[in-house]
Design a protein. Structure first.
Length: 76
């Protein structure tokens, strides 16, 4: 399977739909006390009580590894 730069974005969209479909709220890129970093979502229950911070991470082949595979398996 080949991955592109849009993989993480698609996973974020899917995760947002999953969170909302589960009856929770998903607040995108919330401020987190004590840091300047912003995770993808703050998940809260319907009352607004924080449940979890969520950061989407995907694992993709390195550019070198991807180039080597393409060289070994040329497309005709």
């Amino acid at each position: 399977m080949e991955f592109s730069g849009t993989t993480t974005s698609l996973v974020e969209l899917w995760l947002h739909a999953f969170i909302v479909g589960s009856g929770c709220k998903a607040i995108p890129h919330p401020e987190v006390p004590g840091t300047t970093q912003r995770p993808d979502f703050l998940v809260t229950d319907q009352a607004g009580t924080p449940v979890a911070y969520v950061e989407v991470t995907t694992v993709n082949p390195s550019l070198t590894e991807d180039a080597e595979k393409k060289r070994e398996n040329p497309r005709l």
